[in-house]
Design a protein around this ligand. Structure first.
Ligand code: MG
Length: 350
């Protein structure tokens, strides 16, 4: 088991390992006492893991409720958010009580935002069940729901008070969803950790999961500690994401986030390569790692056609866009370009 501490506006611990779900009752007691717990999960995770978590909490003297919402990105909405808030009010939760998000990114983001809003703030614990949520969304405190105009447009920064990453949850994760998470893992390797990249580049990752997840969380933790509110350094975590968001949007979200991140990383490496902006070994290495992990390297849309969708990204400010480009595997830099220059860069890709 690994333990990492995050020093952000809240100081909190992240536990990573096999079976860390068993720590939940003990940690909740230590942090909050015998409070009421609302376990939030979607309709996929509930039948797999909710009963076990609820029984363990009840056996340890917690009073528990379970809020279940339909699985899928469409639930990351103001409607589901307000249904959850009404549920909490109806069940007479108070700000001393705790929300536990058990699930993937949608569950974590939705529950996090609800925890910030209900009575102006109640306690929050994240228990990610997907690889993507473990290495990305459960740490760092970004919460949001989608609006009609785009993803994650209504949210707040709200750090959890505890994160339990139980790697055993990954054994029930569909292969495709695991590959989605690997896209973000590869991202961390490219931007900050060549040893991590070497560990995952062949796609043979099962035996090193604890080390891999811990390496990713450590990078995210360090970036968040430096730039919690995303005004500088944190932008590096968006490597591959400007084009990924454009691909997701243009596909009507038929292409998943991880799959789009894989394509976005390869595309931005290709752009950097074609313009002498990165080391020549980077593009082939990223391509090979993406493929070895069961992900596609090819965007279904040619890059020039992604321009419009890419400039709607939150990373744009005025007439410029900040790109994350790799110097080499393990090191990256930010480059701010004008929208015209971005359009030209997209056109250089073939
Ligand atoms: Mg992402």
């Amino acid at each position: 088991m690994e333990q990492l501490t995050v020093n952000a506006s809240r100081v909190y611990d992240i536990f990573i390992g096999h079976g860390v779900r068993d720590l939940l009752s003990e940690k909740l007691s230590a942090l909050f006492g015998k409070v009421k717990v609302c376990l939030v999960c979607d309709s996929n995770v509930a039948p797999l893991h909710a009963k076990e978590a609820l029984s363990a909490l009840e056996a340890n003297g917690f009073s528990v409720e379970n809020y279940i919402f339909p699985a899928g990105e469409q639930s990351k909405s103001p409607d589901t958010l307000f249904s959850l808030l009404e549920f909490l009010a109806e069940k007479q939760f108070s700000r001393k009580d705790v929300l536990v998000a058990l699930g993937g990114g949608v569950t974590g983001d939705l529950t996090g935002l609800a925890s910030a809003l209900f009575m102006r703030g109640m306690h929050l614990v994240q228990m990610p069940t997907s690889l993507l949520a473990m290495v990305d969304s459960s740490v760092g405190g970004k919460t949001a729901v989608n609006l009609k105009a785009g993803k994650n447009l209504a949210g707040v920064f709200c750090q959890p008070e505890l994160v339990l990453c139980d790697l055993d949850y990954l054994s029930t994760l569909p292969q495709k969803d695991f590959a989605d998470g690997m896209a973000e893992v590869i991202k961390y390797g490219v931007i900050a950790d060549s040893a991590l990249f070497d560990l995952v580049k062949d796609g043979d990752v099962q035996k090193n999961l604890e080390e891999i997840v811990t390496a990713c969380v450590r990078i995210k933790r360090d970036v968040v500690a430096q730039d919690e509110f995303d005004t500088g350094e944190r932008a590096k975590l968006n490597f591959g994401h400007t084009l990924a968001h454009a691909i997701e949007k243009k596909s009507g979200f038929a292409v998943s986030h991880g799959a789009a991140v894989a394509m976005g990383m390869v595309a931005v490496c290709a752009i950097a390569d074609a313009n002498g902006l990165s080391d020549a070994l980077t593009l082939p290495a990223v391509k090979a790692a993406v493929e070895a992990n069961g992900l596609s390297v090819t965007s279904p849309f040619s890059l020039p056609t992604l321009y419009e969708a890419s400039i709607g990204d939150k990373k744009r400010s005025g007439n410029t866009l900040t790109l994350v480009l790799p110097n080499e595997i393990g090191r990256c830099y930010l480059k701010t370009v004008s929208l015209d220059a971005w359009k030209e860069l997209l056109a250089t890709w073939t």
